[in-house]
Design a protein around this ligand. Sequence first.
Ligand code: SAH
Ligand code: SF4
Ligand code: F3S
Length: 449
Amino acid sequence: MIQVNNLRPLTGEGRRLFIETYGCQMNVGDSEIVVSIMQKEGYIYTENIEEADIILINTCSIRDNAEQRIWGRLADMRRLRKRKPTLLIGIIGCMAERLQGKLTEGELAVDIVAGPDTYRDLPRLVREADGGGKGINTLLSQEETYAEIAPVRLDKNGVSAYIAIMRGCNNFCSYCVVPYTRGRERSREASTIIAEARSLFENGYREVTLLGQNVNSYRTGDVDFPSLLKAVAEISPLLRVRFATSHPKDMSDKLLEVMASMPNICRAIHLPAQSGSSVMLERMNRKYTREWYLDRVAAIRRYMPDCAITTDLIAGFTGETEEDHKLTLSLMEEVGYEFAFMFKYSERPGTFAQRNLGDDIPEDIKTARLTEIINLQNKLSEASNKRDVGKEFEVLVEGTSKRSEEQLFGRTSQNKVVVFDRGNHTVGDYVRCRITGCSSATLFGEEIK
Ligand code: SAH
Ligand code: SF4
Ligand code: F3S
């Protein structure tokens, strides 16, 4: 029997762990930390749910439909347990934090509930469940950053990886559940971030994405986000560095200067606007106006004319008039976003908006507004792709194209996907391509020899 120390045997001992991940990139990174913690306890990670002894679902609460999907999956997994009564099922992540003990009641009851700051406690929670009880821990922490845990990379393209640089959020946008499910904002020690990026580079990775809900407010001691970004980019000119997400209120010229000074910091900024109406922005507690936002866009263009700008938008937030909605459409035109994530407002229990503002836009109007936003964005994305035809880009190869073995795909610094003939290239190479054509979602290129 494998022992951690002389006191107790490992709980894992060859038991197979399956983990399914929903939600944002933070959750993807967290699942990699969970696998690392569980492997140390002797668990074996499996991608085959049929052979699992423990299933963990890493969940998202951002919108109601995100939670509904997870309930559906949970029902499927309960059926698996009919065939294998010893199977343990756990809910971890944001929904665990939001619903806590309620998840261990009723028809879809689970055995383990672990909030985002409690993953070190998972082995103990499994032991509780093994004993026939329920393993529940949803304490939020002021300090936990999992700084020294080496994530087990699950995506396996071996080229790009996420690095969480902070956790939690202090912004309390009035519609958003994240400050409640993830707790207070805290930054991870810079030296551990740089060491992780360096080790990824030494293991063949060529791109890292620094992650946080609002990376612009990263700070440990006298290291702020621009200096952290610079330090990571200095590891090697062959290491591309991206980051997400930037809150417009904190997007500084200092950050743009650092980006402009280092070509391996990617020319892509995700700058969620949410709305183009200052009245809505105020009600959303975003702490900036339309004018401030456009000023930040102008600054980006000034420092880096070739920088892609992408965004998140919410349609039908409470109190949104037709005029407010038109302002969102005009903001989109004015910025000319390369890409956008677009959502219908979904009221979340416990948020400021749910407690104080109501949800007064009828579903059919939300749907109509969202459709208009999506149609406009499709046009903008296509126009942006067309502008790229004839230009040259350096493409970092990520894999073989889905359509043909003979073609590879990779990304430009602007984060656009380019498909081109394989030649003698392989995953992880940088290839200079000229863009010869495009669809609304993809650029087609040829290698410049
Ligand atoms: N921290 C990031 C976003 C995290 S959530 C930021 O502030 O930019 C990702 C996106 O989900 C948000 O940008 C917002 O557009 C959307 N979102 C959050 N709460 C929502 C809700 N209640 N209804 C609809 N969309 C929501
Ligand atoms: Fe949510 Fe706002 Fe925090 Fe983003 S910044 S996670 S939208 S509260
Ligand atoms: Fe969802 Fe939690 Fe991320 S609510 S978007 S998984 S922080």
